[in-house]
Design a binder for this molecule. Structure first.
Ligand code: ADP
Length: 600
């Protein structure tokens, strides 16, 4: 896409031979689409797999062949090993790309694939295993002289261990689930009095989510930046780092915006982190693309973990290096050596990735907003790339990750890239679901972001999203809102053409069935303001109940936590009073509009 390519290239020794003949993509959404595109450019046939809900999804439509898995939920479909293995067999694919999430970091799946003589496009299962739990990952890094946040590699069996650690290192302390992930199973201990509670709750969460209750501790950094290094390692012992990415704009320990290179970082630190990442990769026999994550604070960097897969945010590295990482993954997996060395890697300009999720960021709540995309127009122009998983008419299902797509922008420097991203976001048009775009605009337009003084806590602790509202053209309705349809027309005023958009109330007849359902769901989700019958706004699982019969609650107080679309959502009391009924327990499945708590 860009001429500022820093790496040699074009002379792959394997150019004349076939890398693979057919790749099955064991994933869905934007990453499946991303992999299909790279395969097509390389002349490799593609195979999609799909759940019942994804029968007409973009990745299913784009692939050369597609095989049904059946089922709706991830467990019934994209996590059904037998169904996927059967599709591999039937399609005669000779390689499998796992994308990210699902089975991408599952050593058993990688083994099941390779046992059939099919190539797994990723690292060896042994490396996945080493990096699979936080303690062995930490030990693996320490063996090559790379250190994590000050902490221990012993499991906590006695609160006294935490007390002793506190005396030596001070507070706050993070208690972390050894088998945790996705920001879960981590509790912060502010002082000595909170130790017992934190241990208990970290263990409870770890057991609930990961069926393992081992926990350990490390110092909790109060304002770190999240900086990660992209690594590529081939099967001939060559490994390089492709610069870093800054992913400090997060909510709930999940990334919102990523950029490359990381601003305000000295070249010394940059190369020290790169060398540390390569050492960690080589130390565990790693091959293929991987990412080593660090927390950076006060000039020091601390190893966090290694992600043994392609990351969501890999495109920012592609734009500043000129390398197609998926192509590199296929070449490495087929046994080709890297055709460039560390000295060839040049970083050109600046890239920013904005994740566009179907979430309503109003008030900082980031409430999932599944539904049908009624219309979608993505921006273009110089330096603009969109990696999407959906088109207009497609449905964002509540069962899967709600990432609609990623807007990835290149500029010759950070300032240009920020301005270009804001321009492109202003051009982005999507109707039917609420998106994170208003929050992304608030972040990119903030002076703290411009100065790059933000930490991983900044979005939640400093950024004010109280005024942020969803797009007016979004047909995601709230109580008392009327569904509107957008009409675009052009008018001439004084000989000049102006584009005009109008939002016209839709008549009941013209509302699509999907929109009608959505209206009903959202209206019911509102639960009748102040009725005391607290309902959940969408289908999901109750993660936690925070009140009991007889408790006094205030309006707006969280009464239970609903897990839906891979996120936890606080369900709040709609009036003040006494809890008279608790109709759910943790683990219960609930549907949109179900009453969970009654307040009198
Ligand atoms: P997970 O595997 O659940 O994603 P990580 O260990 O990778 O957990 O951490 C995820 C995020 O949690 C980090 O990006 C950071 O924001 C925060 N975090 C983790 N450990 C610490 C720590 N010791 N101090 C401060 N923040 C932390």
């Amino acid at each position: 896409m860009f001429s500022l390519v820093g790496v040699r290239g074009g002379s792959h020794p394997g150019d004349d031979r076939e890398v693979f003949s057919k790749v099955l993509i064991a994933n869905r959404g934007e990453i499946a689409v991303r992999v299909i595109r790279a395969c097509r450019e390389m002349g490799v046939a593609t195979v999609a797999i799909y759940s019942d809900l994804d029968r007409d999804a973009l990745h299913t439509r784009l692939a050369d062949e597609a095989y049904p898995l059946g089922g709706q939920t991830a467990a019934e479909s994209y996590l059904d090993t037998e169904a996927i293995l059967s599709a591999i067999e039937r399609s005669k694919a000779d390689a499998v790309h796992p994308g990210y999430g699902f089975f991408s970091e599952n050593a058993n799946f990688a083994r099941a694939v390779t046992d059939r003589g099919v190539t797994f496009i990723g690292p060896p299962p042994e490396a996945i295993e080493v990096m699979g739990d936080k303690i062995s990952a930490r030990l693996a890094a320490e063996r090559v002289g790379v250190h994590g946040v000050p902490g221990t590699t012993d499991f906590i069996t006695d609160p006294e261990q935490v007390r002793t650690f506190g005396i030596e290192h001070g507070y706050p302390i993070a208690i972390k689930a050894a088998y945790g992930g996705g920001g879960r199973g981590m509790k912060v201990v502010a002082d000595e009095t909170a130790i017992e509670d934190a241990i208990e709750s970290a263990q409870r969460e770890a057991t609930a989510y990961f069926a393992r209750d081992e926990i350990y501790m490390e110092k909790y950094l109060t304002a770190p930046r999240h900086i990660e290094i992209q690594v590529l390692a081939d099967t001939h012992g060559n490994a390089v780092y492709l610069g870093e990415r800054d992913c400090s704009a997060q909510r709930r320990h999940q990334k919102l915006i990523e950029e490359a290179p990381a601003p305000n970082l000295s070249d010394e630190v940059r190369s020290a982190m790169g060398e540390a990442a390569v050492a960690v990769a080589l130390g565990c026999g790693y091959t293929n693309a991987g990412t080593v994550e660090f927390l950076y604070e006060d000039g020091d960097f601390h190893y966090l973990e290694m992600n043994t897969r392609l990351q969501v945010e890999h495109p920012v590295t592609e734009l500043v290096t000129g390398l197609d990482l998926v192509e590199q993954q296929l070449r490495i997996a087929s046994g080709e050596p890297l055709d460039f060395t560390q000295g060839d890697v040049r970083i050109s300009g600046h890239a920013i990735e904005v994740r566009i999720n179907a979430e309503d960021p109003a008030g900082g709540a980031f409430l999932p907003s599944p539904g049908r995309i009624d219309s979608l127009r993505v921006p273009d122009g110089f330096g603009v790339r969109f990696d999407g998983g959906y088109e207009a008419g497609d449905e964002i299902s509540q069962y899967y990750d709600n990432l609609i797509g990623k807007l990835v922008i290149w500029g010759r420097n950070r300032d240009v890239a920020i301005r270009r991203t804001l321009r492109a976001l202003a051009d982005f048009e999507i109707c039917g679901v609420a998106t994170t775009i208003p929050a992304d605009i608030a972040i990119l337009g903030h002076p703290d972001f411009a100065a790059a003084t933000h930490s991983t806590k900044w979005v939640e602790e400093t950024l004010d999203l109280s005024d942020v509202s969803t797009d007016p053209d979004s047909s995601t309705t709230r109580d008392n809102e009327v569904l509107t349809a957008r009409r675009d027309i052009s008018v001439e005023v004084d000989g000049r053409r102006f584009a005009v958009s109008m939002w016209i109330p839709e008549s009941a007849e013209s509302v699509s069935p999907a929109a009608r359902t959505r209206t009903k769901r959202t209206l019911r989700g509102g639960g009748g303001s102040g009725s005391g019958r607290v309902t959940v706004p969408m289908q999901g699982t109750i993660a936690k109940v925070l009140v009991a019969v007889g408790d006094q609650v205030d309006t707006g107080e969280t009464v239970c936590v609903l897990e839906a679309m891979k996120m936890e959502n606080n369900v709040a009391a709609d009036k003040a009073g006494t809890v008279s009924e608790v109709l759910v327990v943790a683990g219960d499945s609930v549907g949109a509009g179900d009453v969970v708590i009654v307040i009198e």
